[in-house]
Write a protein of this length. Structure first.
Length: 268
């Protein structure tokens, strides 16, 4: 049976429903598909789709999020491909669109993420499971937001770095920025998206906190030391990038992370 769906780029696609051979091009959406119970339907994932670990080991890898193996994807004959505007490249997605139904997400906020979970649930015939995940996420993040608004660190500024050489930060109009705000923190960078920063620009911001993400660049303790010489009074922490930037079912796990995280930074 063919069904029509509209993706978040406002494109209409026709899908054999329910889809039986799905390729996911985004780690957080891959984890969501498996958590929705699609244990056999997901036939292809990227080399960065590391969760759940047992499925990562056994599912065919079709390249990286921005380096897709188009010929391998063709050989898997998917009846649905699920990608993301930010994480995948326009050229590769456009190469796949004439060949297969490609559903694209475009996410900037927690609200967008929950809409994506609902829409993917409908797309793969797992609406009740998706609704339950969203119920857990809504309850948890409502509490996180309430606690953040009452915390000692409320409205203190933070610089969230995702890359080094050059330094790149998550600024406004990003999912990470929305998660920071929900936790009661103020992003000190008012530029859009992911600007590069020179060391002197980082110093000029004088943030109360600097968060060094575990991904995509794997910041380590030595990176704290380097930045601490520039900003001796700033609190610099390593943070779990999956919790701040994965927008699928990982958000359920993120609730407990942010409860503990808020406790940690309240003493800094």
């Amino acid at each position: 049976m063919q069904r029509q769906f509209t993706d978040q780029l406002n494109r209409n696609i026709s899908v054999n429903f329910p889809p039986k051979r799905i390729i996911s091009l985004v780690p957080s959406q891959t984890e969501l598909l498996f958590d929705l119970g699609l244990t056999t339907e997901v036939v292809g994932i990227t080399k960065f789709c590391i969760h759940p670990k047992e499925k990562f080991k056994t599912t065919t890898k079709i390249g990286g999020t921005k380096t897709l193996n188009i010929e391998l994807i063709k050989s898997l004959a998917p009846d649905l491909i699920i990608g993301n505007k930010e994480e995948n490249t326009k050229e590769e997605i456009e190469a796949l669109m004439p060949l297969f139904p490609v559903w694209m997400s475009d996410i900037f906020t927690l609200k967008d993420a929950q809409s994506t979970i609902s829409q993917i649930g409908d797309l793969v015939n797992k609406a009740p499971e998706a609704n339950y995940l969203n119920h857990l996420i809504s309850q948890g993040f409502n509490d996180i937001q309430t606690l953040g608004a009452q915390a000692s660190f409320n409205k203190k500024t933070v610089l969230y770095l995702i890359w080094k050489k050059p330094y790149i930060c998550a600024a406004k109009n990003t999912f990470i920025d929305d998660i920071l705000s929900i936790n009661g923190l103020e992003n000190c960078v008012k530029d859009q998206r992911y600007p590069e920063l020179k060391p002197e620009e980082i110093v000029a911001y004088q943030p109360h906190f600097i968060f060094l993400s575990s991904e995509p660049y794997p910041f380590k303790e030595k990176d704290i030391a380097e930045l601490q010489t520039l900003l001796p009074n700033t609190k610099i922490l390593l943070v779990d990038g999956e919790m701040f930037s994965w927008y699928g079912s990982r958000l359920v796990k993120a609730v407990q992370y942010f409860f503990e995280f808020q406790k940690e930074i309240s003493f800094l």
